[in-house]
Design a protein around this ligand. Sequence first.
Ligand code: FAD
Ligand code: NAP
Ligand code: SF4
Length: 674
Amino acid sequence: MSDTQYANLLKPLDLGFTQLKNRVLMGSMHTGLEEMENGHLRMAAFFAERAKGGVGLIVTGGFGPNKDGAIHPKTKYMQTESDVADHRIITDAVHAAGGKICMQILHTGRYAYSPNLVAPSPIQAPINAFVPHELSEQEIEQQIQDFVTAAHNAKKAGYDGIELMGSEGYLLNQFIATRTNHREDQWGGSFENRIRLPLTILKQIREQVGKQFIIIYRLSMLDLVEGGSSFQETVELGKAVAAAGATIINTGVGWHEARIPTIAAKVPRGAFGWVTGKYRKELPIPLITSNRINTPEVAEAILARGDADMVSMARPFLADPDFVIKTATGKAKLINTCIACNQACLDHIFNEKIASCLVNPRACHETEISIHPASSNKKIAVVGAGPAGLAFATTAAQRGHEVTLYEASDEIGGQFNIAKNIPGKREFHETIRYFKHQIALTGVKLILGHRATTETLNHSDFDEVIIATGILPRKPEIEGITHKKVLSYLDVLKQHAHVGNKVAIIGAGGIGFDVCEYLVDGNEDTSQDIAKFMAKWGVDTTLKARAGVEGVQPLNTPSERDVYLLQRKTSKIGQDLGKSTGWIHRTELKNKGVKMLSGCEYSHINDEGLHITINGEPRLLEVDHVVICAGQEPLRELTEGLTKPYHLIGGADLAVELDAKRAIDQGTRLAIKI
Ligand code: FAD
Ligand code: NAP
Ligand code: SF4
């Protein structure tokens, strides 16, 4: 593989006993396939597709060494001969596709979703309902044995190595940090005692598996919680890990309970490369960096800067299995880029659903969504080039259908063109760029600036029509809704209407939050600037502060705008936002001084402002403007009198709880059947 633009990224990495074909690691992700009945078959298809796409090394999702440490009560772990046989299906498939794969051994400790959880000390995690049982010394010995058995079995199953999960606040990390380790025996107290468990496990694994087996140690380089490790301790640990037999050290950033975003879209690209860079100068074996690396440019820049020997990308391989091969063959512009939304990956896992990807619904569904040539080619009109129409049109054209895509505006993307202007949503540009190239590649005939009508469709020679016309914003029935103070979210985000300094937002769904952030953030989009992002969230980039955060104050700058965010429901505002990102939006708006009111009844709007009632108490919000973000209704007027066979997709089909994930999934799934 060669493309000089990405020379560092595509350079092989020689590990002595084996060589990786490039510097790209597909990082570990729990996908939910681990718990499935036929999960190993589906994982085999999932990983083999990524191996075929040229990635240098793959790491599986975390497998527990025993039931205590498993990520989920139903997750299979690596203990028996039958487990070995199951995993052999995965390794055979990856090797047949020309790849290499390591199995991650992850012991959740006090993060386990189970009442039988164990930890160094009985201290409950702030993100778990259960108090862990304190491991006895004898039980610790058993845990060590289980780790070693899991690694030995991984080797028997044909893995090229293992990754030992020592970061993100899981068991090994819990032993290392005083935050969670209050023991007074040989496993606690001094730093030397606290790092004894990971080092003992590492040494014993190395003795068991021999020299020619990759051992990656995922080391928490920045805990981002009080009571975490200092820079000096982490250097010491890294050196000891190398001496104990690790082949490569991977970077972990932030415990799961840390209240600093580490992978959401609001985190700048490549935001934590500098952390690995600081340790690379100190440690004797190759280092992998990670977090929010989603394009070959960002990855190459980190390596060229000398911050790491390899880059880890996880979600970008959900978005595009061919990331590396496209990079290596001059087709980087065709990469389907991960937009860091977490909507179909992490949020699915939190909701106990199989992970997938908003921009690539095939991810983890490779055995069920396959794109084959159509048995008979049809002439199909697609109306609307939003996410639903784009996904349908490009997939159907790929199958050989003759597709014409009509779009009323002068650009493709639909509502993504509005979303991309929201602070922290600039990644949406990438999805639009991806579809633009897919249209050219698949031969979709795109007609911009053309508003399709029922009449023209009826008089056309299309065999079928796909209505992907999206939505209309809902106009709630409130007295005074036509008052000049009232604006819709489209007036604000699309027409850039002037908005005064005192504002009430009606509706606190995804769009209400976005409008709020747009109005309070001004020009301060910290998702584009690493230094500003770190200052805002209180991360010390000199690493003088223990764990990067101790004693550091976040930089809160309240908004000059006085903003109310309102809803009728009595539940907490933002409760229905994504689990992995909702807390970030709420924290930011709180820090900006936004007043969030639930249980509002909207009485009327007049020159004075917005009159509401909460708990029977009338209240006047003296605002200059009221912005309506009260959900949407389907836009499907074209179907009235349409004589052609038609299908509705995206918002035109169902506006309730619509998001781009559903729109793209529905468009893709219809296109593989038609
Ligand atoms: P649309 O995107 O609305 O596209 C419909 C298209 O049809 C439009 O381009 C329109 O011009 C065209 N059209 C309509 N009538 C005709 C006609 N007669 N002829 C030709 N063309 C026509 N979703 C998420 O999942 N995550 C987010 O973070 C997110 N953030 C958002 C932020 C904002 C500010 C907004 C407004 C939306 C956000 N969404 C988000 C929602 C997401 O954009 C929508 O769910 C998605 O765009 C719906 O896709 P669609 O294809 O059904 O419709
Ligand atoms: P939404 O999430 O359905 O929220 C609509 C809001 O309006 C709710 O707060 C609702 O709360 C209120 N509302 C509904 N009917 C009303 C009425 N008649 N009068 C007054 N208030 C009313 O819709 P949205 O915010 O427009 O977002 C549209 C879709 O885009 C969402 O489904 C979302 O998934 C997607 N999106 C996602 C993100 C993201 O980050 N994931 C961001 C933006 C948009 P009450 O009924 O309690 O008042
Ligand atoms: Fe990336 Fe969003 Fe896909 Fe997850 S769902 S892989 S964050 S684009």
